[in-house]
Ligand binder design. Structure first.
Ligand SMILES: [Zn+2]
Ligand SMILES: [Zn+2]
Length: 327
C-alpha cells in the first residue's frame, strides 16, 4: 500500500514480536555452532558470502533497481535480482521501492528510516520489523514491476536464500564430511550456521547501517539538505556505500566514490561486468557535479565549463586539419 510509506511520526507502529519470530531466529541460529563446532571452510564461506552478497545488495538492489544507474539485458536483470535476494533482504522491488521513498523524503517525517527523526534503533531495524512497511509500493517501482518474472521473485522472495542455504549445507557436507550426503549431519549444519546464517546477520547490519548511521557519522562534502555523510570505514565495510553524501547529491551515478581515492569495490565490480559485456551504460559523475558544493554552484560551474570548452568543429573541417597535420 503506497500510503504506508508516508506515515507521520506519531503513526509509526511498534513491531509485533510474534510476527518477527523468523527474523529473531535468524539472529540466534549462528549460535548452533556451539554444538556443531566450525571449520576453517565454514569461516571462509562466511567471509565469501558476506562480500559476494554485499556486492549485489549494493550493485543490484541499490544501484540497479533503486537508481537505474546502468543498463542490462532482461535475463541478466533477473540474475541480478536473484543474486541480491540471496541476502534475504526481501524482494528487489520491495527493497528498491522503499529506497526510492527514502531519497524522495530524506530526513523528513515521510522518510521510512530517518535516524534524525526516529532515532537509531527505528532507522536501523525498527522500520523493517514494524508492520508499516511490509508491502511493496508498486507505483514507485512500475518500471520494473512490469516484468512478471520480477513480480514472481518479489512475491516468493525467500526462494533464492533457501536455495543458497541448501547449497551451503551440501558444500559443508562435501568439504567437512567427505560426502554431499553428510549435509544433514554436523558437517553440513556447521556450514549452515556460520557460512550462511552468520554472514546473513552481518550482512543485515552492514546494510542497515547505511540507513541509520550513514545519516549521522562522517563528513558532508555536498550540501544535500539532509543528514547524509561520507565515511571511509563504512565504505570499506559496505564495499562502496559509505560515500553516502556523494550518493544523495547525485543518486543516478553508478559510482559512489566520486574521486579515485574514494574506495568503491562495487564500482570496480560493475566496471568488470561492463568490460565482459554483461551490463552497459554505467552512469558517471559530470565534473560540474563533482567539484560543486550545492546545486546552485553546480549550475554555475556547468556554465563556466561549457563556455571554456572549444566549439565542436564539423567533421569535414577536422579532416582538412588532420591532412595538414600529416603534411
Ligand atoms: Zn540510494
Ligand atoms: Zn540515505
Amino acid at each position: 500500500m503506497s500510503n504506508t510509506t508516508v506515515l507521520s511520526p506519531e503513526k509509526r507502529s511498534k513491531p509485533v514480536l510474534k510476527q518477527e519470530i523468523a527474523f529473531i531466529i535468524v539472529h540466534l541460529l549462528p549460535l548452533g555452532a556451539l554444538w556443531t563446532g566450525a571449520t576453517l571452510f565454514d569461516w571462509i564461506l562466511c567471509v565469501a558470502l558476506y562480500v559476494g552478497r554485499m556486492l549485489w545488495v549494493t550493485g543490484g538492489y541499490h544501484r540497479y533497481f533503486a537508481h537505474k544507474s546502468y543498463r542490462t539485458s532482461r535475463w541478466f536483470q533477473f540474475v541480478i535480482a536473484w543474486l541480491a535476494q540471496t541476502s534475504a533482504q526481501k524482494g528487489a522491488l520491495w527493497w528498491a521501492a522503499h529506497h526510492r521513498h527514502h531519497h524522495r523524503h530524506s530526513d523528513t517525517p515521510a522518510d521510512p528510516h530517518s535516524m534524525k527523526i526516529y532515532g537509531f534503533w527505528y532507522s536501523h531495524v525498527g522500520w523493517i520489523v514494524g508492520p508499516d512497511f511490509k508491502e511493496t509500493d508498486y507505483k514507485v517501482i512500475g518500471d520494473y514491476a512490469k516484468y512478471p518474472e520480477l513480480m514472481w521473485l518479489n512475491k516468493y522472495h525467500l526462494i533464492p536464500p533457501t536455495v543458497l542455504a541448501l547449497t551451503v549445507m551440501a558444500l559443508g557436507g562435501w568439504v567437512n564430511g567427505g560426502s554431499v550426503l553428510a549435509m544433514f549431519t554436523s558437517a553440513g549444519f556447521s556450514s549452515l550456521f556460520i557460512g550462511f546464517f552468520l554472514s546473513t546477520v552481518i550482512l543485515y547490519h552492514g546494510t542497515f547501517s547505511i540507513n541509520s548511521i550513514m545519516h549521522k557519522f562522517g563528513k558532508q562534502r555536498y550540501n544535500t539538505g539532509d543528514e547524509s555523510r561520507n565515511s571511509l570505514w563504512l565504505a570499506l565495510l559496505t564495499l562502496g556505500e559509505g560515500w553516502h553524501n556523494n550518493h544523495h547529491y547525485y543518486e543516478t551515478s553508478s559510482r559512489q566514490g566520486f574521486f579515485w581515492w574514494e574506495v568503491d569495490f562495487t564500482w570496480y565490480m560493475l566496471r568488470g561486468l561492463q568490460a565482459v559485456g554483461l551490463i552497459h551504460d554505467l552512469k558517471g559523475v559530470p565534473d560540474h557535479i563533482k567539484f560543486s558544493k550545492d546545486k546552485d554552484h553546480a549550475k554555475e560551474l556547468r556554465k563556466q565549463y561549457d563556455a571554456s570548452r572549444p566549439p565542436v568543429k564539423p567533421a569535414s573541417e577536422k579532416s582538412v586539419e588532420e591532412e595538414h597535420a600529416i603534411q
